[in-house]
Design a protein around this ligand. Structure first.
Ligand code: ADP
Ligand code: MG
Length: 246
């Protein structure tokens, strides 16, 4: 699949849920309101991201405040950054440098239905995380094998994977999800269909921490899939972005 063409402006956002955090008008407000690091804000500028899209200005504060989220926003509206920025911002020290008692190992998992998409997300995440030594792993057969080594495994901060690949690693014991605090389903209309759902449920079960923030992103979400998503989430906020046609 090609990278979607950016869609800026002309967006109408509706939010449903309890105590919806206020949207940010500009990325720099994330510095003053949430103490987001200047490294991350600088990386946004370097990427040519000067102002947030609709899903970003509403979704990023929601995720930074630790809330669960269902976000429905058309292709090209920047959903990827909406979940990557809050995750990277919450990571803190890279697992490779943190002390044992700070709890190391994978703290965020991002799932996408195809390897191609996972690859795109990985690239965007590497760009965003430039300048800190986080280990951001695109799951493949080869990386899964390298994780047989516990020393390597404990230094991974973020995993980006297709469901099948991650389930295989869970089953062979090469990955541990007990420290995961952030779980994202991208292209959730596909992730919650009958092909992927059993795998998603197995991954959810592996994320055994009592406080796992979950976010579901999609361009469209049929009612059946949305019901399944809502049942997985805790006190979620639902954001819907529509493109204005004028
Ligand atoms: P979606 O997942 O909603 O289809 P993407 O996250 O793939 O959209 O983003 C679509 C394109 O828009 C990408 O090329 C991305 O680099 C670009 N983009 C994302 N956010 C911004 C922004 N705030 N400003 C400019 N371009 C952006
Ligand atoms: Mg996308």
């Amino acid at each position: 699949a090609d990278t979607p063409v950016p869609v800026m402006g002309r967006q109408r956002v509706t939010a449903k849920g309890k105590d919806v955090p206020e949207a940010v008008e500009a990325f720099k407000s994330l510095g003053s309101r949430y103490e987001m690091s200047s490294l991350l804000l600088g990386n946004l500028e370097k990427s040519g991201y000067h102002e947030p899209t609709g899903i970003q200005s509403h979704g990023i504060p929601i995720l930074l405040e630790g809330r669960d989220l269902v976000a429905i926003s058309p292709t090209g509206t920047g959903k990827t950054l909406s979940y990557l920025l809050p995750i990277v911002s919450a990571l803190g020290a890279p697992a490779s440098t943190s002390k044992q008692d700070q709890g190391s190992g994978v703290r965020a998992v991002i799932l996408a239905p195809t390897r191609e998409l996972a690859h795109q997300i990985h690239n965007e995440c590497l760009k965003l995380a430039q300048g800190r030594k986080w280990r951001i792993v695109l799951f493949s057969k080869a990386t899964a094998n390298s994780l047989n080594d516990k020393n390597v495994r404990d230094k991974v901060d973020i995993i980006i994977s297709t469901p099948l690949r991650l389930v295989a690693a869970i089953q062979s014991g090469t990955v541990e999800l007990k420290n995961v605090r952030h779980l994202v389903l991208d292209e959730a209309d596909r992730m919650l269909d009958s092909e992927f759902l059993p795998q998603i449920q197995e991954i959810l079960a592996g994320c055994s921490h009592s406080d796992v923030q979950k976010a579901v992103f999609s361009a469209t979400l049929p009612a059946g899939a949305e019901k399944i998503a809502m049942d997985m989430l805790r006190n979620p906020i639902r954001l819907v972005v529509g493109l204005k046609d004028t």
